[in-house]
Write a protein that binds this ligand. Sequence first.
Ligand code: TGC
Ligand code: FAD
Length: 387
Amino acid sequence: MAKLNPTDLYDVRSLLSEEEVMIKDSVARFVDERAMPIIAKHFDEATFPADLVPEIADMGLLGSSLEGYGCAGLNGVSYGLICQELERCDSGLRSFVSVQSSLCMYPIHAFGSEEQKQRWLPGMATGEIIGCFGLTESHGGSDPANMKTHARRDGDDWIVNGSKMWITNGTIADIAVVWARTEDGIMGFVLEKGMPGFDAPEIHSKMSLRASVTSELYFDDVRVPDSNRLPGVVGLKGPLSCLNQARFGITWGPIGSAIACLEEAIEYTADRTLFGRPLAANQAIQIRLAEMARRITTAQLLSLQLGRLKDAGKMQPTQVSVAKWNNVRMALDIARDCRDILGGSGITTEYQAIRHMLNLESVITYEGTETVHQLVVGRELTGLNAF
Ligand code: TGC
Ligand code: FAD
């Protein structure tokens, strides 16, 4: 019998189309050759690997599932595979692509005017315009309906006041899709770097997502022309629709983190000799590794079926919640366990496990905390809203 691939026990690869395999392999090559060699240093120094952005753009990874405007028009499964391979390197790299694609380009594509799409999307696809997405506020990200940031109409303009917290890419972004309360409901505005009263300081001292920029956004009487308001949506369903796209990608990404950790632990336990035999020869270690492979396999099948539902236009938010909850929890547990299996070596960034473990502490919090997703599923089962 052929030897199984430890990180693809069910041969999920064989369920992919030729094009999907090609995309997965080319992103994997980029990750191995260009991103892996530099990522630990960026994490240590808390810097974003901005030099990789032009290559990421050249591969068509920005706005990859959007049609037109210089975007690649790939299917959902391909976007998922891109996220998986990027996060095999680091959640920060995947975060950059998620935010640019699903949280900034997607709302402009879905809710923007033709003029807005022409103005921003081609430059975002080439990575010349970087975007961020401002929904969360400091008084409670899980409850965006309690938004305080507001926009008041003033002639042909809007005056925006308020602040946002924990915003990926904020400080390096040229534009920010900002959700604000108005007299007529919540609306999306595209704020541009340099608009008077708009500031985006970086948040420092993070122990997680250190290779990603996270920022606060401040709006002090920012005058925004009505031509920068996204005309196609009013209400919380605007930002929540963007989250469906990004959360879908996040169900795939942590599979990559978990694969990186398991591969590292298999290699480490084979090489390390304790009590006269390889660490991997102990039952207690094998059970832990087997458990990891079982959970990765489950997550792979979950995300693939979610992707097939998405590509058939049938994906529902509750299904996204099941997979975000399951797959991030799976990866976080695996990263923590691998960190332990590596012993003292596992506490340095010479190995990957602790970096993935620390990153996944953010991934389990952002895009809906684990509890938020559990309660979405609970509501589906009971018909009762526990929020
Ligand atoms: P509710 O107030 O009842 O509904 C408001 C309106 O929204 C609609 N809706 C959705 N639409 C599309 N997709 C969804 N998933 C939707 N969920 C709700 C709903 O139908 C309603 O529409 P309408 O027309 O009737 O007005 O909201 P709810 O009770 O369903 O939601 C509650 C809850 C807690 C699930 C929601 O507020 C939530 O998801 N909270 C978590 C917030 C969150 O995830 N924030 C993430 C911020 S962005 C981020 O973290 C980026 S990190 C990225 C990175 O670096 O990779
Ligand atoms: P809170 O909402 O205050 O939650 C605190 C705790 O309470 C959590 O454990 C939560 O599960 C629990 N809780 C909440 N409600 C309930 C309940 N009803 N019952 C039981 N328990 C509950 N946001 C953006 O808008 N754009 C971004 O680009 C972005 N990037 C991010 C990057 C990073 C690195 C991080 C860490 C966050 C980012 N976020 C972003 C914000 C993220 O979405 C929020 O952190 C998240 O939604 C949780 O909000 P909170 O941090 O205010 O926690």
